[in-house]
Ligand binder design. Structure first.
Ligand SMILES: CC1=C(/C=C/C(C)=C/C=C/C(C)=C/C=O)C(C)(C)CCC1
Ligand SMILES: [Fe+2]
Length: 372
């Protein structure tokens, strides 16, 4: 990668020279306010509100089901609102995270990374769609867990210092959206993954995975890992940040058990994972940080949104091009599958960038390595 290597970054969130000498904030406090205002309250309200609606729905009209078009609506919205755009700043973020200006070399390095990893993974989908599908779920498990560990740190968590707790938290936070829907909605889950593989003419041959016995064992194990991780964290003080971690974890368990999976994952992608990453993007960009500090969350979001616009538009154009090029059917299930496979291909380089950012900021799992 061009530019400075992560090991050259002297501190966790290195900010621009002007900010470092004048605003007097420590790096953690720089990240905290945007995380709370952008990735905290909106996410809690949206996910809490939808969970409440699901509870009310189950009590008042248990036979009511979400219409087919509405199930896919959050995924469709994620094309333009927070979801796809959260990765469309990847060309600027690595430079900013080390306090650099994004130069041509940075852009070329990120472009090359996207090209190499994206093409390789797209080829893998053609050659081995079922393996690629499993890899996509595993990758998202890691990436969404990694995103939440970053957010917990930014919100002031001190209970994730130990290796086992930090790793456990990543596993739990990533497993909530990737595993819990399977426990309650195996058929819908299978249907979604089937549709990805069907795009390449393949079929999914993993009935055992969706069987009640497997789900009981896997669900029980995941519940134990959840409780063990929270208990380990509590030993380091039942701080307000630990209580928030526990409350979020319970909320997400309830949410993914109650809300139908395509709706649940679609909303979560926009308002939880993506908004938390966007809060991080606001914190590392001097212009967005200033807009946020002076004019609030919407101004910060607008600034980062401007940065995300060109590559969001390019990605949508590419997606439409692929859809038209391969002559995909206009059935909503197939269109959603195409979109998710497209996201999968973009996610591999995106995860590489975010993992690199974690190293540069000594955040996430890289915080463990830094403490060795
Ligand atoms: C929709 C859906 C699924 C998977 C979605 C995935 C894997 C989304 C990944 C999105 C990413 C990685 C976005 C970028 O950060 C499941 C859980 C298989 C079944 C339930 C419905
Ligand atoms: Fe992401």
């Amino acid at each position: 990668m061009a530019g400075p290597t992560p090991t050259e970054a002297p501190e966790r969130t290195r900010v621009g020279p002007a900010e470092r000498s004048t605003d007097g904030h420590t790096p953690d406090s720089v990240a905290r306010a945007p995380m709370l205002a952008i990735g905290g309250w909106p996410a809690w309200l949206a996910i809490g509100g939808v969970t409440l609606l699901a509870v009310l729905g189950a009590l008042v009209a248990p036979s009511l089901s979400v219409p087919r078009w509405a199930r896919y609506a959050p995924l469709a919205v994620s094309l333009v609102v927070f979801g796809l755009p959260h990765g469309a700043v990847d060309h600027l973020a690595p430079a900013r995270v080390v306090g650099d200006r994004p130069t041509g070399r940075w852009l070329a390095a990120v472009g090359l990374l996207y090209l190499v990893l994206g093409v390789a993974y797209a080829a893998l989908w053609y050659v081995a769609p079922a393996v690629s599908a499993a890899f996509f779920i595993a990758l998202t498990w890691f990436h969404w867990g990694q995103g939440d560990v970053y957010a917990l740190d930014a919100l002031g968590a001190t209970h994730l210092a130990e290796r086992v707790t930090r790793l456990g938290t990543l596993v739990v936070r990533g497993g909530l959206p990737m595993l819990v829907p399977l426990l309650r909605f195996p058929d819908r889950y299978r249907d979604v993954v089937d549709a990805w593989v069907a795009l390449f003419g393949g079929g999914l041959d993993a009935s055992w995975f969706f069987a009640p016995e497997t789900r009981a064992v896997v669900g029980g194990a995941f519940a134990i890992v959840t409780l063990a991780t929270l208990t380990l964290g509590r030993r380091h003080g039942g701080s307000p940040a630990w209580r928030r971690d526990a409350a979020e974890t319970l909320l997400l368990w309830a949410y993914f058990l109650l809300v139908p999976p395509i709706v649940a994952v679609g909303i979560y992608f926009c308002v939880w994972h993506s908004l938390r990453h966007i809060a991080r993007l606001v914190a590392i960009d001097p212009a967005a940080r200033t807009a946020f500090a002076e004019r609030g969350a919407v101004a910060g979001l607008r600034r980062t949104g401007r940065d995300a616009l060109p590559l969001t538009a390019l990605s949508i154009a590419l997606l439409v091009g692929v859809a038209v090029g391969v002559g995909v059917q206009t059935d909503v299930r197939t269109l959603a599958a195409l979109y998710l496979v497209f996201i999968a291909v973009l996610t591999l380089p995106h995860v590489a960038i975010v993992t690199w950012m974690d190293r540069a900021e000594r955040a996430g799992l890289a915080r463990l390595a830094a403490e060795q």
